[in-house]
Design a protein around this ligand. Structure first.
Ligand code: NAD
Length: 474
């Protein structure tokens, strides 16, 4: 099929690459000419593992190109995806100006040569499907006065669930595909488009083998409104789940229980599940905070106050402050101290810094008069560029960051940090204090390496005084 994807961010580029890899002819469109130029040169405007490799394969399969001009590709496409940003406004509402422009321009590009489906992949407030329909109509009306009845299109909501850092695998091997539309004809187009993914009939790329158990991807077909709600409900649930783990961890710390052990114990309950139960310095990223704010805003518009979701935001903010509290417990005064942050990205395997806990932690430390050094394997350039006012001293390695620092705070659990030479790091520091904000390290190993260690939900002194081994599962 012929496909246009509007927006070449994390979602749009990955969607375009996967669909072209599955054999569709794709054009990706963005108003940001710099991004388009980069993509044309084969350079990635974002860091996402395997994206470059997949784009190369995609070009040789269905074919994929990049442009700033929407009109020509949209005119010849069967499916037009909208994957533009929907960042939060000060009020918590989603800013729909990019979506509005994309929908209106899509309408303007249409003629009566074919039936087209406009698919909204951006996360938008419940009810935005109707808005897209209205805007496409307006676009058609403005560009082709009097021809609205002859130009046929459908609108669908197809929320995106990819995780940055794992986006290609999540898109090629999704847990489910949600398709929301009001007309069977529209759904039929999308079932055909996603046919290779639903049936898993495409040849898996060598670098990302298909999970052994995956034979068929479940498709959830819903109304437009339900599809929009599914996206918000999924993100809200995950944020609440992490918030719950953090709350329990904070209690663990006070009563002398080991939070990671507790999480193992509850996560094995099939009703609970082990994932998203890692206590830490709170979640971040472009989605959770923005989407919960937006859902709260929608609920308020309908006269409903969601106390649980409000609490999820509050708990998360407090969790980020734990890094500062723990540093104060160890160092008392932070003014004039040098604090080294390991990790800046909001999570490993991405360069995305949107709503990253590291930013708030760095900002607070700087306000308190501390010096902040940082090392991140990927996100330092993005941080320097996007947050020039943040007076962070960027370092070339974890060792450089640790050199002469008064404390080390592990903020992002990049895999490579797990194999750092802790003894070597401790020796370089003015004071060997380690705040392990993601419970990446084994406390005993860190202590033996010379660190004054504290994790999240881990009592200061080992709870096990009888020499018993870590909990085992039999
Ligand atoms: N990033 C994620 O992990 C993720 C996951 C699921 C859903 N989402 C949702 O998907 C949407 C996109 O997210 P993202 O992270 O890819 O955003 P992004 O900010 O990385 O990319 C959006 C792109 O859209 C472009 N754009 C804006 N207006 C345009 C227009 N009129 N025409 C063409 N291009 C335009 C921007 O220049 C930008 O490159 C958001 O609604 C987000 O909530 C994101």
């Amino acid at each position: 099929m012929r496909v246009t994807v509007i927006g070449t961010g994390y979602v749009g580029t990955v969607t375009g690459a996967c669909l072209a890899y599955c054999g569709h002819r794709v054009t990706c469109v963005d108003t940001d000419a710099r991004k388009i130029e980069k993509l044309r040169r084969g350079e990635m405007p974002i860091y996402e593992p395997w994206l470059e490799e997949l784009l190369q394969l995609a070009a040789a399969r269905g074919g994929i190109d990049f442009t700033t001009g929407l009109e020509a590709p949209a005119a010849e496409s069967d499916v037009i995806f909208i994957a533009v940003g929907t960042p939060p406004l000060e009020t918590g509402e989603a800013n729909l100006c990019y979506l509005e422009a994309a929908a209106r321009s899509s309408g303007a590009a249409m003629d009566d040569s074919r039936f087209r489906v406009v698919v909204n992949k951006s996360t938008v407030p419940v009810g935005s499907g109707n808005l897209v329909d209205t805007l496409v109509r307006e676009g058609i009306g403005e560009a082709h006065p009097g021809q609205l009845k002859r130009i046929h299109f459908g609108v669908a909501s197809n929320p995106e669930f990819l995780r940055e850092g794992n986006a290609i695998a999540d898109s090629l091997y999704p847990d489910r595909i949600v398709l929301g539309a009001e007309e069977e004809r529209t759904l039929q187009v999308l079932r055909e488009l996603y046919g290779p993914l639903i049936a898993q009939s495409f040849e898996a790329p060598a670098f990302l083998p298909r999970p052994a158990a995956l034979a068929q991807v479940p498709v959830v077909t819903t109304t437009l409104t339900s599809a929009e709600m599914i996206k918000y409900a999924a993100n809200a649930f995950l944020a609440v789940k992490i918030g719950f783990a953090n709350e329990v961890a904070n209690i663990c710390e006070r009563v002398g229980a080991e939070a990671p052990e507790v999480m193992t114990g509850i996560g094995l309950d099939a009703r609970i599940g082990a994932r998203f139960l890692n206590p830490g310095l709170g979640w971040g990223g472009s989605c959770f905070g923005k989407d919960i704010q937006s859902l709260l805003h929608t609920a308020r518009e309908y006269g409903y106050r969601s106390r649980l979701l409000e609490a999820a935001l509050e708990v998360n903010l407090a969790q980020r402050q734990l890094a500062i509290q723990k540093l104060q417990e160890k160092l008392f005064i932070l003014k004039g101290r040098t604090i080294a942050l390991l990790g800046l990205a909001f999570k490993p395997e991405t360069d995305d810094l949107r709503d990253a806990p590291s930013l708030q932690i760095a900002e607070r430390l700087l306000q308190m008069g501390a010096r902040v050094k940082a090392y991140d394997p990927i996100a330092m350039e993005a941080c320097r560029e996007s947050y020039p006012a943040l007076r962070i001293q960027y370092c070339g390695s974890a060792e450089d960051a640790a050199q002469d620092a008064d404390a080390l705070v592990l903020v992002t659990e990049w895999k490579q940090f797990a194999s750092l030479d802790l003894r070597g790091l401790a020796k370089r520091m003015a004071r060997a204090i380690l705040v392990d904000g993601r419970n990446l390290f084994d406390p005993e190993t860190a202590r033996q390496a010379g660190f004054d260690y504290c994790g999240i939900g881990r009592p200061q002194r080992a709870a096990r005084t009888n020499g018993a081994a870590a909990p085992t599962m039999t």
